[in-house]
Ligand binder design. Structure first.
Ligand SMILES: Nc1ncnc2c1ncn2[C@@H]1O[C@H](COP(=O)(O)OP(=O)(O)OP(=O)(O)O)[C@@H](O)[C@H]1O
Length: 482
């Protein structure tokens, strides 16, 4: 018996457990009766070996759920600490396909019915009868199989998509995924364009990982961070004595990527002299280390990314036209998060579960107000900013449910500053117009995001006709009805 919680160690009825029933009861006499009834009941049809875990408290049961697979819960209603009713509600939040059966006395059937309203599957009357228990357990298992099958089916047909570490649901994200798959099939150069924090680096990695050269190196070169003097030697390598401090031959990052991928981040920052040298490398597949005479052959795919308008830089004469065309064989444009709002809840949930697990808070979730708050914000820093907010929220939030109120102060800074300064100088009519525009923009964003981008659903939940919603979208979000 576990002294702290009163929990008992697991009692294995048969070995090799593909099917586990968790019994939650703090009364040793009642527990014995249930275990006996389970042994007596003919449960062979559950599909193999049966294991029974026993916990004396609801809290102990929830812990067990975190650490091992459980297929069915059989719980008493009255427990020390959290009771059986609350356990049902918690289990529903964690896995609504996990069947819970209440064990109750005849005079507490009302409560068992209340538990069924909360999602419990069935109840068993004490003293437990083996045949009755066996029949109800069978029925619950069958039902849970149907539910699981159904949700696997739903998942397959849901619009949510994932590639590598990237998730999304919008048509724009679908288009990006298609481009990633196309680019992964070939070794052509790829140019990824988008605002900072939209996921360009992750997209580059996803292309590499989906390609045949996934086991070869993926070298990242950030063109914005190397001092100009060092950039050439970092890219192409140097020979001993090429400059002060060059005490030995050193291969460049391009050479180190041999066979794999070179990811040139912030390519718009590459100085003109190096643009010419990079072009030569791309055309001849050769590098000449700084100070060297020997040429080395390289075989790599180049993916470049920029948050600048490279075509505009070409027009302005600060980026070489020939290099631009050499890089832009396949182009991927990543729209900012504010123009694909339906991705916000999907990415937010994904990051919350990822960071939550890392911080031992895997059960934390957003309520509807939190998702609406996230979706109505404009995210100037895109997914990177969203990631930072979620990390901070996890540190601040006390309970397991994150509400809009917890999130709002983390977003307010930029919104509030711009509002106060901009309204004061305006005449009443213009100020009102601005508020209406801001409100409508945020409202439409939230509604679209919460409906997964399905306009009919968003319009319905807003109480306006679909056509009207589409018109507002066009006017305030600049988005066409897709
Ligand atoms: N669709 C997505 N799903 C999940 N996470 C995402 C998604 N898009 C971006 N991220 C996350 O956002 C963060 C920023 O992404 P990344 O560094 O790739 O952006 P970037 O566009 O390359 O930024 P920069 O222009 O500043 O280099 C990363 O933590 C990344 O994992």
């Amino acid at each position: 018996m576990n002294q702290e919680t009163g929990d008992r160690p697991s009692s294995s009825v048969r070995a090799a457990p593909p099917f586990t029933i968790l019994v939650v009861d703090d009364n040793p006499g009642d527990t014995e009766l249930i275990l006996h009834a389970l042994e007596e009941a003919d449960l062979k049809a559950v599909g193999g070996e049966l294991q029974i875990e026993v916990r004396a408290t609801a809290e102990g049961a929830l812990k067990a759920l975190e650490t091992q697979p459980i297929d069915l819960i059989l719980t008493d209603l009255v427990l020390p600490g959290m009771d059986g009713l609350d356990l049902v509600s918690r289990v529903q939040e964690i896995d609504r396909n996990l069947p819970v059966l209440l064990v109750t006395r005849l005079n507490a059937v009302d409560q068992a019915v209340e538990a069924m309203k909360r999602g419990a599957y069935d109840y068993v009357i004490k003293p437990v009868n083996a045949d009755d228990l066996g029949m109800r357990v069978h029925r619950a298992i069958r039902f849970s199989e149907i539910l699981r099958h159904n949700s696997a089916f739903e998942r397959r047909f849901s619009r949510e998509m994932q590639i590598g570490q990237l998730v999304g649901v919008s048509a724009a994200f679908q288009a990006i995924m298609n481009r990633v798959k196309e680019a992964a099939q070939v070794r052509s150069t790829v140019l990824i364009q988008g605002e900072t924090g939209t996921g360009k680096g992750r997209i580059a990695k996803a292309i590499h990982e989906a390609g045949r050269e996934r086991d070869k190196p993926f070298q990242v070169i950030d063109c914005a961070t190397f001092p100009e003097g060092m950039m050439e030697s970092e890219l192409f390598g140097h020979v001993r004595g090429a400059f002060t401090g060059a005490i030995a031959d050193k291969p460049g990052l391009i050479e180190l990527a041999h066979g794999g991928t070179v990811f040139l981040d912030e390519i718009g920052e590459l100085p003109p002299a190096l643009q010419a040298k990079l072009l030569r490398v791309l055309e001849d597949n050769e590098v000449r280390p700084v100070g060297g005479t020997r040429i080395k052959r390289v075989d790599m795919r180049v993916i470049a990314a920029t948050n600048q308008d490279l075509a505009e830089k070409v027009r302005a004469g600060s980026f070489r036209k020939d290099l631009y065309y050499r890089l832009a064989v396949i182009t991927i444009d990543v729209p900012p998060l504010r123009s694909r709002v339906e991705d916000i809840p999907v990415i937010a949930r994904h990051l919350l579960s990822q960071y939550g697990r890392e911080m031992g808070r895997g059960r934390t979730s957003f309520d509807l107000s939190a998702l609406a708050e996230l979706a109505s914000y404009a995210w100037p820093g895109n997914v990177r900013e969203l990631r930072n907010v979620i990390e901070r929220v996890l540190m601040l939030a006390k309970g397991e449910q994150i509400t809009g109120e917890t999130i709002r102060p983390l977003l307010q800074g930029s919104v509030k500053d711009s509002q106060t300064s901009s309204y004061c100088d305006l005449p009443y009519g213009e100020a009102k117009q601005r508020v209406v525009t801001e409100f409508t923009t945020q409202y439409l964003r939230a509604k679209l995001a919460l409906s997964g981008g399905v306009i009919t659903k968003a319009a319905e939940s807003s109480g306006i006709p679909r056509q009207h919603f589409a018109l507002l979208m066009k006017r305030f979000l600049g988005r066409a009805d897709t």
